[in-house]
Design a protein around this ligand. Structure first.
Ligand code: BTN
Length: 323
């Protein structure tokens, strides 16, 4: 837990941006002595905050630590509900697992579970998800939409749009989405989404959305190196992960509100704008075998429509797509 003064000090610093704040001004605003302020600044420095001090001008915040904890995530967060309940962990087997448990216990919508490292990160189709320490974003968020079960796949596509928009805003690169929710840059996977449900027979109780984003990795293990990439590899820059999570939570909340008010159509249009699947000759590898054909589009419930050579149209709920 951080003290109220420390919280207010960080708020003042972030609101001031590049502007220096004098010790006098800070102590007036926070109602404590200049010595107390100085001690708080020293504590911040020990935690990895870079606070610049210039005689006669005062202090300004130059850099925040790249730590995915509640303090960092909530400082300057502009959402109404998403991300205001955060379970931050150094290392977990999987954030999905913990989020499922919390959802069962009644955790509120918008609750986030985030970890610096996952030791048993899970991907779609029972694959594992490489989640090394301190380099990527491994998080799960709990949603509680009042929708019938068959509409749940729409949320997967909604999250893919939020991830794509976030990457676009942060890097200026327009990523591709491969149905249903692989996020690619230059044909390699930079982020993946795993949507899991807790449901009654016909109604969704909770949707646990797991998002994995490769951010600052400079390399990948040999087995995934040919198919995986990170924002750092694609741009040659390193990124402040809390800022990315904040952007993601904001995009996610906006799209989710739009979805609850206006339905899936606006989301579908945005998804199609990023899609590399539609109109392509593809192979869809499902649990029941492979389907080769042209991806015609997605239906209003988010399933993929594929036309095979014989003219038959297939509706695909879950598959791995090869383009
Ligand atoms: C995929 O593309 O196969 C989905 C990958 C999802 C990975 C994320 S990382 C956070 C959350 N916890 C997990 O164990 N998996 C998801």
């Amino acid at each position: 837990m951080q003290s109220e003064t420390r919280k207010q000090l960080l708020k003042l610093f972030t609101e001031a941006g590049e502007t220096f704040l004098s010790g006098q001004k800070i102590s007036e605003q926070l109602g404590c002595s200049r010595t107390a302020i100085w001690k708080h600044i020293e504590d911040l420095r020990k935690e990895g905050f870079e606070v610049e001090a210039v005689r006669k001008l005062g202090y300004r915040l130059k850099k925040m630590p790249d730590k995915l904890n509640a303090n960092e995530l909530q400082l300057g967060l502009k959402t109404k509900r998403f991300g205001w309940s955060v379970y931050d962990q150094e290392s977990v087997p999987s954030t999905q697992q913990l989020a499922h448990q919390l959802a069962h216990e009644g955790a509120e919508e918008g609750t986030v579970v985030i970890a610096e490292e996952q030791t048993a990160g899970r991907g779609r189709l029972n694959r594992s998800w490489h989640s090394p320490k301190g380099t990527g974003i491994w998080m799960s968020i709990i949603l509680r939409p009042s929708i019938p079960l068959q509409q749940a796949p729409q949320l997967t596509l909604l999250v893919a749009v939020a991830v794509a928009q976030t990457i676009q805003e942060i890097t200026n690169i327009v990523p591709d989405i491969k149905w249903p929710n692989d996020i690619l840059i230059n044909g390699k996977k930079v982020a993946g989404i795993l949507t899991e449900l807790q449901a009654d027979p016909d109604q969704v109780r909770a949707v646990i959305v797991g998002i994995g984003m490769n951010v600052n990795q400079k390399q990948f293990p040999n087995d995934i190196a040919p198919i995986a990439t990170s924002l750092a590899i694609e741009t040659g820059r390193t990124f402040h992960r809390p800022k990315i999570v904040q952007t993601l939570l904001q995009k996610l909340e906006q799209l989710y509100e739009q979805y609850l008010q206006h339905g899936f159509l606006p989301i579908k249009l945005l998804w199609e704008g990023y899609s590399v699947t539609i109109g392509q000759q593809i192979v869809a590898r499902t649990l029941n075998g492979a389907i080769r054909g042209v991806a015609l589009g997605i239906t209003d419930s988010g399933t993929l429509k594929v036309q095979t050579e014989d003219g038959a149209v297939h509706y695909i709920y879950s598959a791995d797509i090869e383009i």
